[in-house]
Design a protein around this ligand. Structure first.
Ligand SMILES: *[C@@H]1O[C@H](CO)[C@@H](O)[C@H](O)[C@H]1NC(C)=O
Ligand SMILES: *[C@@H]1O[C@H](CO)[C@@H](O)[C@H](O)[C@H]1NC(C)=O
Ligand SMILES: *[C@@H]1O[C@H](CO)[C@@H](O)[C@H](O)[C@H]1NC(C)=O
Ligand SMILES: *[C@@H]1O[C@H](CO)[C@@H](O)[C@H](O)[C@H]1NC(C)=O
Ligand SMILES: *[C@@H]1O[C@H](CO)[C@@H](O)[C@H](O)[C@H]1NC(C)=O
Ligand SMILES: *[C@@H]1O[C@H](CO)[C@@H](O)[C@H](O)[C@H]1NC(C)=O
Length: 328
C-alpha cells in the first residue's frame, strides 16, 4: 500500500510537474475534512493530487465532494451540517469545494459564469485524477446545493466528454438545483443538471419554481411536500427557508444509520395527497436513495427536526403543515 502511494505520488509529480503553468480558477480550494474534531486541510485544485500523501485519505473509502451555493463558502451552515453528518459516519473521504471567491458578487455576471467555467475546470482535473488512480469515479458521489447542484452537472458532463463516454461519475445528488438563468430555454447555451451527467442523478426539490428547478430531469426526482413550500417555513424568519430545507433533509439522511425519508412514486402531488398512488414503487430520499430509483417521488416531512416521518411520510396527513394549508 505504502509503495503504491509513493508510486502514485512519483507519477503525479512527473505528470503534473511539467504543467504547472498559471491555473484557471486559482482562488478556489478543496477542503478535506477528517477526524471527529472536524479537522480541515485545504488544497489548491492544481495541488489536489497531494491528498494521497495525507494519512487520513483512505483509498478504500468512497469519496464525497460537496459543492456549496451562491454567496457561500465552506464555513456555511449547509457545508458544516452535511460534512458533520458524513464525519459521524466515518466511511467516506469527505471534500468540499470552496468557490467563495467566485460565488460572491453578481449572480448573473460572476456566479453563474463561474458555475460553468469552474465546473468544466474541475471536470477536467477530475478526469486526470481518475486516470492517475487518485479518485475512483465508481466510488465518487458529488453533492451540490443550488448553484453547486448545477456545477455538479457540469463536472459530470466534462468527465463524460473527456473520456469519450467511457466514464461517468457514480452519483450526483442535486439539492434544489438553482433555477434562475438555467431553465430559460431548453436549447440555450446554459445547460442544467440532467440524468446523463452521472450513473445516478437524484434531485431533491424544496423550492421549485422560485429558487430551485421546477422540472424533473434526474433519474429520480424527489418532491417533498410537493417540492415548493416546506412545512415550518411559513412561520419562521429564516431567509430562503424552503430552499435550505434540501440540505437539511439530506444531512439528516446522511447522519442516520437506518434509511429514512421513505418516498413513493405518484402521478402528481394531488394524487399523493389523496393517497391515490397507483404503483407501489418506493425509494428513500437522500443518502439512501435506491440505485435503481426512477421517476417522480413524493413524501411528506415534519415541520421541524427530525424532518423524516419514516414510512408515515408516504401517507399524507393534513395535520402536518397547518400554516400552509391554503397554498398550492
Ligand atoms: C480567496 O482568494 C484569496 C486571495 O487570492 C485567497 O487568499 C483565499 O485563500 C481564497 N479563498 C479560498 C477559500 O480559496
Ligand atoms: C483496503 O482493502 C483491502 C481489501 O479490500 C485490504 O487488503 C487493504 O488492507 C485495505 N487498505 C487499507 C488502507 O485499509
Ligand atoms: C429557444 O432557443 C432556440 C434557439 O436559440 C429558438 O429557436 C427557440 O424558439 C427558443 N425557444 C423558446 C421557447 O424560447
Ligand atoms: C385515483 O387515480 C385514478 C387514476 O390514476 C383516478 O381515476 C381516480 O379518480 C383517483 N381517485 C381519487 C380518489 O382521487
Ligand atoms: C405496498 O408495499 C408494501 C411493502 O412492500 C406493502 O406493505 C403494502 O401492502 C403494499 N401496498 C399495496 C397497495 O400494494
Ligand atoms: C428497485 O429494485 C428493488 C429490488 O431490487 C425493487 O423492489 C424495486 O421495485 C425497484 N424499483 C424500481 C423503481 O424499479
Amino acid at each position: 500500500m505504502r509503495f503504491l502511494v509513493i508510486l502514485v505520488a512519483f507519477v503525479s509529480v512527473v505528470f503534473f510537474g511539467q504543467h504547472k503553468c498559471e491555473p484557471f480558477y486559482p482562488k478556489a480550494t478543496i477542503a478535506f475534512f477528517f477526524g471527529q474534531e472536524y479537522y480541515t486541510e485545504y488544497f489548491a485544485i492544481q495541488d489536489f493530487e497531494d491528498v494521497i500523501l495525507h494519512p487520513a485519505f483512505d483509498f478504500n473509502k468512497s469519496t464525497v465532494l460537496y459543492i456549496h451555493g451562491f454567496r457561500e463558502s465552506v464555513l456555511a451552515d449547509s457545508v458544516q451540517m452535511v460534512v458533520s453528518a458524513y464525519l459521524s459516519r466515518n466511511d467516506h473521504n469527505i471534500f468540499a469545494l470552496d468557490w467563495s471567491n467566485y460565488s460572491s458578487g453578481s449572480y448573473v455576471a460572476h456566479a453563474v459564469p463561474s458555475v460553468i467555467g469552474l465546473g468544466n475546470r474541475i471536470g477536467y482535473s477530475l478526469n486526470l485524477w481518475i486516470e492517475h488512480g487518485i479518485i475512483d469515479e465508481k466510488r465518487l458521489h458529488i453533492v451540490g446545493h443550488s448553484l453547486g447542484g448545477q456545477m455538479s452537472g457540469y463536472i459530470g458532463k466534462m468527465v463524460n466528454l473527456l473520456s469519450r463516454g467511457s466514464r461517468k461519475v457514480k452519483r450526483i445528488t442535486a439539492l434544489d438545483p438553482a433555477k434562475p438563468l438555467f431553465y430559460i430555454n431548453r436549447t440555450a447555451i446554459i445547460s442544467y443538471i440532467h440524468k446523463d451527467d452521472a450513473e445516478l442523478v437524484d434531485i431533491i426539490h424544496t423550492n421549485a419554481g422560485v429558487l430551485g428547478s421546477s422540472i424533473s430531469v434526474g433519474n429520480c426526482d424527489f418532491w417533498p411536500n410537493g417540492g415548493t413550500f416546506q412545512p415550518g417555513c411559513a412561520v419562521n424568519s429564516i431567509i430562503n427557508c424552503d430552499h435550505k430545507r434540501s440540505w437539511m433533509y439530506y444531512a439528516e439522511s446522511v447522519a442516520s444509520i437506518e434509511p429514512k425519508f421513505n418516498a413513493i412514486i405518484c402521478d402528481d402531488y394531488k394524487s399523493f395527497k389523496n393517497l391515490n398512488c397507483t404503483d407501489n414503487l418506493t425509494s428513500f430520499m437522500g443518502f439512501y436513495a435506491s440505485e435503481n430509483c426512477s421517476g417522480i417521488y413524493y413524501l411528506q416531512t415534519n415541520n421541524d427536526y427530525p424532518y423524516s416521518r419514516g414510512v408515515f411520510g408516504m401517507l399524507y396527513s393534513p395535520l402536518v403543515d397547518i400554516d400552509r394549508q391554503n397554498e398550492p
